[in-house]
Every structure is written in structure tokens, then in C-alpha cells.
Ligand binder design. Sequence first.
Ligand SMILES: [Zn+2]
Ligand SMILES: [Zn+2]
Length: 301
Amino acid sequence: MNEHASLLSQVLEAWRALPLGLYEKLFIKAVVLGVCIYFVIYVIERACGTRTDNYRSKGFLHDSMYWIYFEGGFNAFFVGLGFRSLLTAYLEEPLSFFDVKLLTPLPFFLQAVIFLVVSDFINYWVHRAEHRYKFMWAFHTTHHSQEKLTFATTIRQHPVTYFYQELSVYIPMRILGVDPMSWLPLFILQHLITASHHSQIPLNFGPLNRVIVTPSFHSYHHSTDPAHHNKNFSGTFAAWDYLFGTAVKDGIPKPTQYGLDDVKPTSLWSTLATPFRLLYQFYLVRDRTTNPERLGNRTGI
Ligand SMILES: [Zn+2]
Ligand SMILES: [Zn+2]
């Protein structure tokens, strides 16, 4: 254990000592982490005999570009820096009364668990809102328009979506205190768990399937079948869907197709631009034939 810990700290030390800037390091981290996760998930999928042909699709290439954009620090550079400097300049002082750091006296493991539960609970309700409000739905179509799900689909999020998702956990994170995601083992574990959600790994936790999200559970959320719409919103803990009555009923046939009926972006650029076209249709043209209900019947919660 100590040997491993010292090896890990040596690797981290060597990494920190590299004469590279923040963004070069983020980019290298994104590529290395992406390749490692790809390798681990691909090997498990092959071992389980599930299909891996989705990796040979254009959609996988698009999702990989999203991975590089978010994990490689490009979003932090274009959007995050603006967001953070805005916070520092105008909101740091007024928001400082939120810094009660509720979790700080607790052991780190407990802090991590509480943080995960609270942030996942917020994530569940933000996700429901994305299927409820036209403005949010327009940007959420970027994630749902993928028809060839792979582990990389997890990060296929429009930068606008990413922005309000970050914003939604900002205040709770300040109230709770330390961000346990800065703890490396948890960071890696969390990445592997969320990456598995859109993979083909046949994970089965038995009775815990009602507590933890499995790839099979999340696959219903991407189904084109109207019987599966507005179901299985949970991110990490499936318990929220069972608690709030949005879990797909047991025994319902598995999805056979994924994506959206009306939104089919064919290029990387169109995955980013389509939400703006939808907003134009929703709010300016007020085209009643193109509304969230028609976009795959995903509203009406
Ligand atoms: Zn969704
Ligand atoms: Zn998804």
C-alpha cells in the first residue's frame, strides 16, 4: 500500500515538475485519461462479448472531440475563465457568507460520500428541468442526438449545458466545503463510473441496481421508443428515479434504437449549432410543429 502510494506520489511529483503550462498539462491529461478509459472499457466490453462497432462511427469521433474540448481545458479557457473571473470580480465577496464549510470537520471519506449524494441529487433535478423547459431541452439535444452510444457520449454536452451544470453545484459546493473530486482515486473512480453509463458493459449489481445507475438503466433514457421517454434521469444513484417515480417499470423490453426522431446532426459543427436553430424555432418562429413534445416526446413530466 505504502509502496503504491509512494509510486503514485513520485509520478505526481514528476508530473508537476514538467516544464509545461496549465493548458498543455490539461491537454495531455485529457488524451492519456481518455486512452486509458477507452482501453479499460473496450477490453471489458470485448471480454463480455458485447458489440463494439459503435467505436467505428462518426459519432464516436464527435464525442471524442467533446472529450478533448472539456477535459483538455479548452472549455475552461473559453468559457470557464470568463465564468471564474466574473465570479472573482463581482460575486466572490457577496457569496462569501456561503463559505460555512459544513463538511470540513468530517473524515475525508464521509465528505466525499456526502458531496457525491448532494451533487447527484442536484444533477437529477437539473436533468429533469432539461427535459421540461424548451430552452434547456434545446441544448440537451446535443447529448441525446447521439445514436451510437459509447463511453465518450457521457461528455457530449453542449458548452451552455456544461455552464449551468457547473453553476448549479457551485453554491452547494461552497456551503459543503472541500471538493472531494480533487482526491485522485475518487476522481478516477468517478470518471470510470460515469464513462461506463453509455458503454455496453453488462453491469449488474443485483438488488443494488435500484441504487446505482448501470449502463442498461441509462440506455432507456436514450431510447427512441416513446414508452421510455422521460425516464431514468439519474446520474450516479438510480435511487432518485425510484424515489420520485421516474424509473422505467421492471420487465419493459430493452431499447433497440437510440437518438432523436427529429434532431439528427451530421457534423460536429451541427451538434453545436442545432440548439440555436431550435431556439429560433421555439421562440421566434413559434413553429408549433417543432416543439419539445415533437422532439422525441420528451416533455410532459
Ligand atoms: Zn436527458
Ligand atoms: Zn446519457
